[in-house]
Design a protein around this ligand. Structure first.
Ligand code: DQA
Length: 146
């Protein structure tokens, strides 16, 4: 059975109430439920984890090496700053798709640069909570060689 880690970075635990005009009003719990359900329909196991701490996210990537076929990852603000997370993706060799709710390229200039995108399979940005469903679709297609 294909297994996917759905990994969420800092402040994403606040989804639903956090800047709803930017990120929408869907909670993280709802997003997790939708992605797990989409996985179940495809016979795929989706496990979820969120942390506000960079080290815990690095640890989650290291641990995922032992069980996950791929990772759908919204690194939040660490996208734009974290050499440690970039090195964790590169160093583990995991298949990772980077996702964002907002279109980071249409926002402040500091959000245009992702330190992680070059070591990910690709990036999905701007489709609200559906970015995660697209991320799941993208990683499953990639893993199956389609
Ligand atoms: C985000 C975009 C980041 O720039 C921001 O820091 C976030 C959320 C998104 O999903 O749109 O925390 O990753």
């Amino acid at each position: 059975m294909t297994k996917i880690l759905l990994l969420h970075g800092p402040n994403l635990n606040l989804l639903g109430t956090r800047e709803p005009e930017v990120y929408g009003s869907t909670s993280l719990e709802d997003i997790n439920r939708e992605v797990i359900a989409a996985g179940t329909k495809r016979g795929v196991e989706v496990r979820t984890f969120q942390s506000n701490s960079e080290g815990a996210l690095v640890d989650a990537l290291h641990e995922a090496r032992a069980w996950a076929d791929g990772v759908v990852f919204n690194p939040g603000a660490y996208t734009h700053s974290s050499v440690a997370l970039r090195d964790a993706v590169a160093g583990t060799g995991l298949v990772v798709v980077e996702v964002h709710l907002s279109n980071v390229h249409a926002r402040e200039e500091f959000r245009h640069k992702s330190l992680l995108a070059p070591v990910c399979v690709g990036q999905i940005s701007g489709f609200g909570w559906r970015s995660y469903l697209l991320g799941l679709e993208a990683i499953l297609g990639y893993l199956s060689g389609q």
